[in-house]
Design a protein around this ligand. Structure first.
Ligand code: PEP
Length: 266
């Protein structure tokens, strides 16, 4: 059976206070309360998660971690937060491999190998990982396709077919992300990449998990371009950055997804 469209908001290191975080969440709750066919997940800074889980209460909004440690459980790892701790705080999703954490010039330079460990830690703790993949630029010789293939294969190394039921993949071309985006991606570019990623998954895990794994689009998603990516690009949802901090814009994106997704579950 088709899964629900997933609209996820990555708040990154925003907003600056828990009070403002509560206000944004309440705004999103008010605008998404009536949605039935769309799943909403918010990834706030980790220190806000417990408070926001309480506010989300019985609503359908779920919370997630923007990153987890490669280490499980607890131990002498200063500054690290384990997937088990996030699960205990009632987070249910975890982003792994966001381009801002892969970026070597931002001082982190996470490798596929490290991301693979994070995915395993998240799965072991009961979290659904959202693996981000995406190229920094597109070359004429299509070498970027090999890069995506390596990202998918290496990050999912050793993951069982059964665990793939919980996996979500977000295709986020780095050149289309954030205020410094080179240009917007078009739905056809996403659709091609979705087919390409599904083929990699089918070769590795077989048709069944490949068919059901949701492939999200991320990169300057807004109420203006959301419908195109859903209908023409056949995106299974979005990972939204900037516009997830605006309850109005995020709510509009979720409503567009709800309307576009009517056919998915019927
Ligand atoms: C992101 O950083 O994951 C992202 C998609 O950001 P934005 O929507 O702001 O481009």
């Amino acid at each position: 059976m088709a899964k629900r469209t997933l609209i996820a908001g990555n708040w990154k290191m925003n907003p600056p206070s828990v009070r403002e975080a509560e206000k944004i969440l309440k705004g999103v709750m008010a605008r998404t309360a009536g949605l039935r066919k769309t799943e909403i997940v918010i990834f706030p800074p980790s220190v806000f998660i417990e408070r926001l889980v309480k506010i989300a209460g019985r609503s359908k909004i779920r919370l997630g971690a923007q990153d987890v440690s490669v280490q499980s459980g607890s131990g002498a790892f200063t500054g690290e937060v384990s997937a088990d701790m996030f699960y205990d705080s009632r987070a249910r999703y975890a982003i792994a491999g966001h381009s801002e954490r892969r970026n070597p010039s931002a001082g982190r330079g996470e490798s596929n190998h490290e991301i693979n460990f994070k995915i395993k830690a998240a799965l072991a703790a009961g979290l659904s990982p959202v693996l981000c993949v995406g190229e920094r630029e597109r070359d004429r010789d299509h070498a970027y396709l090999q890069l995506i293939k390596s990202q998918v294969e290496e990050c999912l190394k050793g993951i069982s077919k059964k665990s793939m039921e919980k996996m979500i993949i977000a295709y986020e071309p780095v050149w289309a992300i954030g205020r410094n985006a080179v240009r917007e991606a078009v739905p056809e570019e996403f659709q091609e990449m979705k087919i390409f990623i599904k083929k990699i998954l089918a070769d590795k895990f077989g048709i069944v998990p490949a068919d059901t794994v949701r492939i999200l689009y991320g990169g300057s998603v807004s109420p203006k371009n959301a419908e195109g990516f859903l209908r023409e690009g056949e995106a299974d949802g979005f990972l939204v950055g900037r516009d997830s901090l605006s309850p109005d814009k995020f709510g509009r994106i979720a409503k567009i997804a709800e309307d576009a997704g009517q056919w998915r579950l019927s």
